[in-house]
Design a protein around this ligand. Sequence first.
Ligand SMILES: Nc1ncnc2c1ncn2[C@@H]1O[C@H](COP(=O)(O)OP(=O)(O)OP(=O)(O)O)[C@@H](O)[C@H]1O
Ligand SMILES: [Mg+2]
Length: 244
Amino acid sequence: VDISQRRQAEQEVARLSRISILGEFAGAIAHELNQPLAAMLSNSQVGSSMMDEPKPDRTEMKAILDDITADAKRAGGIIHGMRAMFKKEGAVPDEAVDVNEAVKQLLDLLHSEIMARKVKVDLRLGGPLPCVPAGRVELQQVLMNLLLNALDALRGAAVAQPRITLSTALEADRVLISVQDNGPGIPPQVLDRLFEAFTTSKPTGLGLGLAISQSIIKRFGGELCGENHAEGGAVFRIKLPVAG
Ligand SMILES: Nc1ncnc2c1ncn2[C@@H]1O[C@H](COP(=O)(O)OP(=O)(O)OP(=O)(O)O)[C@@H](O)[C@H]1O
Ligand SMILES: [Mg+2]
């Protein structure tokens, strides 16, 4: 087999696997959207027949409309998440992001949320760090996903001193950001599909946070991985190449 034939075969395989991934995705999205759409349909049918009654119960009507709103938001969230995941790879980051600044700014934003949940955040900023070519807002979105996941994990857990350790460091030619919590850890049934879309162990979770986060970090040429820590709890690490 000559090289060009082989390359052609490889391209064909790559093309077919892209198609099948897309097919699986379409199926998964359809499945996820079906649930809120079915709930909206049945709620609006109930609401409509209630309006045929001489004196419709306003409180119940309100509850029905609120349910429809919540389901519509959920469906919107799914679509929004898919969009974020399929964003063009061509959108090369042209910002030079100061990771420590971005982290501090995000923590300011989340301050009251963190206080309300009575979680201690241990901030260990290493440095000085070189800037990384990335998008500040998107990087903050990723960190926000990781922090919210950690807060969720700590909420249910019977941990005496709930704590999140957020640290940054320079490691060879990459900036490392890690988010560690002392919660119950990632459930075993979730571990091997952690970054797949719609993987969730939460009753109202979309299961998109980590899938979107990973696609963002990949777009910046970096890596996002997550695992359970030997000391208990989960740890997520972002590695971003520095420019040059
Ligand atoms: N810090 C953590 N500790 C324990 N489990 C975690 C942690 N972070 C993520 N997980 C597990 O990984 C799953 C997927 O997380 P992901 O953020 O992708 O989705 P989600 O939080 O369930 O929903 P959402 O789309 O709202 O973010 C979670 O449902 C949870 O089971
Ligand atoms: Mg999440």
